[in-house]
Ligand binder design. Structure first.
Ligand SMILES: Cc1ncc(COP(=O)(O)O)c(C=O)c1O
Length: 400
């Protein structure tokens, strides 16, 4: 692990958490705000998962577990990889962490030396930057153009690789754009990585179950099995099973790499919660119908959100292939004037305006490397989406 400290001020709060403070302030002043910013789902944790947690507590399953996770959960994760990706792992190749966030940060911590570079396709979940910096690394955002579906192009990856590159992050599907890489696209990216033995791939599959229109999210290891020694495949139960607060993630990697990650995790948090691990085991081994049922609901909500947003003057959104976020282009309202006389120049301006004037909270895209966009979740009840469409429409219509 690197001994370097991140420079003061190099870490940032979550854009969603920062923005939510504005929402809470307004609510405390008595304003009604429709909050479309959250990164979690409105669905409850499935009841059989809750029951498993209660049973674990009652059975006294409240002690430290192995740092790298209970054998039961590791086996459940192995079964998950077999079912979802056709990938086989040994128990020694799995680590259970406090959310997938911790697995990513730990993987960086065991490898990065000061100045080592981590390539992050942008727009992205900007937490990767902080996770790289925390380990002494330097995040290198590589812009992914809208006309390529916000996906990383092999030629752009090739020119971003330097002798200091140690990682490339592949989030599939992508938060915030909802882009989904195909197997062929991942294979092409892996072709670029292959001749660079110092470069590893970290695959973040957190939204793997939120892929619409019958498609399936592929993980890079499926596309390039020969790079197995250089791949860390990360997942978690947070989004898939509506278990955001239970804090269970996991990673699959070569056994020696998992052993190094375990040492780091031991000194940082030790094991993940024993009760949450029992719950996650139930989620991964229990009925999986909840995934397809909820996906169907989300697909309807997505279609509704896209059509309502596209009905708002000056805004446009294409249908995301995955995740539960809609990236809304504000191009048609940039340059317009609010009733208070302010000219809108950024996604942040648009988001501030709609919050104040229309009582609707949308996250500025700037925090995700997506200027002049706002991000809207559709993992909320349908009536909130209708209300959001109405309020955004009113707000846009008042611009001149
Ligand atoms: C792309 C992505 N990866 C990882 C995470 C972290 O998830 P977890 O709750 O498993 O730590 C998030 C959370 O929003 C995310 O959007």
């Amino acid at each position: 692990m690197s001994s370097a400290q991140p420079q003061a001020g190099s870490l940032h709060s979550s854009p969603a958490a920062t923005f939510r403070r504005k929402v809470l302030d307004l609510r405390s002043q008595g304003r009604t705000i429709v909050d479309m910013t959250a990164g979690d789902l409105d669905f409850p944790t499935p009841s059989h998962v809750v029951e498993a947690a209660i049973a674990a507590v009652r059975a006294g399953d409240t002690r430290y577990t192995n740092v790298d996770g209970t054998p039961e959960l590791k086996d459940a994760v192995r079964e998950h990889f077999r079912r979802q990706n056709g990938l086989e792992f040994e128990r020694s190749e799995i680590i259970v962490s406090n959310g997938s966030s911790q697995a990513i940060a730990t993987a960086f911590a065991v490898t990065l030396k000061p100045g080592d570079e981590v390539i992050v396709p942008s727009p992205c979940w900007a937490t990767y930057y902080g996770q790289a910096r925390l380990a002494g690394g330097v995040p290198v955002p590589v812009p992914c153009a809208q006309n390529n579906g916000f996906k990383l192009r092999p030629e752009d990856l090739a020119s971003a690789i330097t002798p200091r590159t140690r990682w490339i992050v592949i989030n599939n599907p992508v938060n915030p754009t909802g882009a989904v890489y195909t197997r062929a696209e991942l294979a092409e990216l892996c072709d670029v990585v292959r001749p660079h033995p110092e470069v590893r791939v970290i695959a973040d599959n957190l939204y793997e179950h939120f892929v619409f229109d019958g498609a399936r999210a592929v993980t890079p290891l499926e596309a390039a099995p020969d790079l197995r020694d250089r791949m860390v495949t990360v997942g978690g139960v947070a989004k898939s099973y509506s278990m955001m607060g239970w804090r269970i993630g996991y990673a699959a990697a070569p056994a020696n790499f998992v052993a190094e990650m375990t040492k780091v995790q031991y000194v940082v948090t030790s094991c993940a919660s024993s009760v949450s691990q029992a719950a996650a085991t139930a989620a991964l081994t229990g009925p999986q119908t909840v995934l397809t049922e909820r996906l169907a609901i989300l697909q309807e909500r997505r279609d509704l959100a896209v059509s309502l947003v596209n009905g708002c003057e000056g805004l446009s959104a294409t249908s995301p292939e995955g995740t539960f976020y809609l990236c809304i282009s504000c191009a048609g309202v940039i340059g317009k004037r609010t009733p208070q006389g302010r000219v809108l120049e950024t996604g942040e301006d648009v988001s501030d305006y709609l919050l104040g004037a229309a009582g609707i909270a949308l996250l500025p895209g700037e925090g995700y490397g997506l200027p002049r966009y706002v991000r809207m979740t559709f993992a909320v009840p349908t009536e909130h989406i209708h209300e959001a469409g109405r309020l955004i429409g009113q707000g846009c219509a008042a611009l001149t």
